[in-house]
Design a protein around this ligand. Structure first.
Ligand code: HEM
Length: 408
């Protein structure tokens, strides 16, 4: 039903990324969910690959929780503290979410992106227009690091490698099997996060109204809360965006949409929305069953682990088709659903919009081809290790431009 290998090139590459990131688990999971959308896999948990059931699990806080024993929230508590959204439920979670409602308002998102992503993206466009190659993976990593650096208050002069190394170090500590960190792992994770948390501490102390951490301070968030939240934003917001862009670029190339006429026919927001559906950078998320229940015909006991397979749940026939609506249960499912719906979605969309718009604009002028790509092996967030594009040889630039528009 939702098998990894699909017919078109874009879908096959997506499947390859998932298998390369999780060689064993991906095959086992794929085999299990190819027969049924909800199935118990001994030693792993109850797998949910059906979009309606996935949405139900994510939105039913009375039966499924993200905190407590064995949950992904619990994994992070010793590293990040008790109050970082992703390990909270109920009243406390609602209150903290409410206090952060406009953390990524349209104005903040625009200012953060203009200050950080803007110059990097302009530089990348100039290189492509000069006929040079561009590693889209590198661009996406630098942009996502610069954006999160700005959010947590890191000095703008700090090289992106500071955050990228920290992000890679933490990601390498987590696999599908990680249920808890021992003391030395907690110490290593904290050491990696120090660069983010120290920056957040300074920004919190300065209390400037035009910084995210400064605004948190003015709203009464304590220093400890700001440090924890900065680390959580960094963990959730770096790897996801940097995984998404190269995969979206690959989808465009595989669908023949990086030739001038194809690129000019694309609406940027449609590409980003369909690109996120196709790539679903957070491939799975976990819940703990907190009351005996039935899920798609499978009986669950209290404390059973539910693995919501977001990447599998967002597959559909037909491959990458920008402009084809993803409505009903599929709507924004790549950002989750319910009370834990991605807090950083507006920021992620803006980052992806600016980078995708640049690729489409350059492609509309002169076309772009993928000259090399390589799937990353054994990583938590499936992604390309490298994806290089450049203008086709002998192509002279023209001036068609893709249609813009913000719909997502
Ligand atoms: C394409 C990029 C992104 C994707 C696909 C994505 C996906 C998700 C998903 C699926 C969840 C829900 C997990 C669950 O219910 O268990 C989530 C939660 C979250 N995301 Fe994102 N995310 C992205 C970018 C970002 C960015 C840029 C930030 C911050 C700057 C961010 C911050 C968060 C936070 C703080 C949560 C936890 C919210 C809560 O528990 O209340 N995300 N994200």
């Amino acid at each position: 039903m939702r098998a990894l290998a699909r017919g078109d090139a874009g879908s096959r590459w997506e499947a390859r990324l998932i298998r390369s990131a999780h060689p064993v688990v991906a095959r086992v999971v794929d085999a299990a969910v190819s027969r049924r959308g909800v199935v118990r896999l001994p030693g792993v948990g109850v797998l949910v690959a059906d979009p309606a059931v996935a949405r139900l699990v994510l939105t039913d806080a009375d039966r499924f929780a993200k905190n407590g024993p064995g949950s992904s929230g619990a994994l992070w508590t010793p590293v990040l503290g008790e109050r970082v959204l992703l390990n909270m439920e109920g009243h406390d979670h609602r209150v903290l979410r409410r206090s952060l409602t406009d953390l990524f308002s349209p104005r903040v998102v625009r200012e953060v992106c203009d200050a950080t992503a803007g110059p990097l993206v302009e530089d990348a466009a100039a290189r492509l227009r000069r006929g040079e190659s561009l590693d889209v993976v590198r661009l996406a990593r630098e942009v996502s690091a610069a954006v999160i650096g700005e959010v947590v208050g890191l000095d703008r002069e700090a090289p992106p490698s500071v955050l990228l190394e920290a992000s890679d170090a933490i990601e390498s500590m987590v696999t599908w099997r990680t249920r808890s960190f021992d003391d030395s792992a907690v110490a290593r994770a904290r050491a990696s996060l120090a660069v983010v948390q120290d920056a957040a501490e300074s920004a919190h102390a300065a209390g400037e109204p035009d910084t995210v951490m400064g605004r948190l301070a003015r709203r009464g968030a304590s220093l400890a809360e700001a440090r924890s939240l900065a680390a959580a934003l960094f963990l959730t917001g770096t790897g996801t965006v940097s995984s998404a862009l190269p995969r979206i670029a690959a989808q465009l190339a595989d669908a023949g949409l990086l030739v001038p006429a194809g690129a000019a026919s694309c609406r940027v927001d449609d590409v980003v929305t369909e690109g996120l559906r196709m790539t679903t950078p957070s491939p799975a998320t976990l819940r703990r069953c907190i009351a005996p229940t039935d899920l798609g015909g499978v009986a669950l006991a209290t404390d059973e682990r539910v693995v919501v397979l977001l990447w599998w749940a967002t597959r559909r026939d037909g491959g990458f088709e920008p402009g084809r609506p993803a409505t009903g249960d599929l709507r924004h499912l790549w950002f989750g659903a319910g009370s834990h719906f991605c807090l950083g979605a507006p920021l992620a969309l803006a980052e992806l919009h600016v980078m995708t718009a640049m690729l489409l604009e350059v492609a509309a002028e002169q076309g772009l081809v993928v000259t090399s790509r390589r799937a990353a092996r054994r990583v938590l967030v499936p992604r390309y290790a490298e994806l290089t594009v450049r203008a086709p040889r002998g192509r002279s630039p023209s001036r068609a431009a893709p249609r813009t528009g913000r719909a997502a």
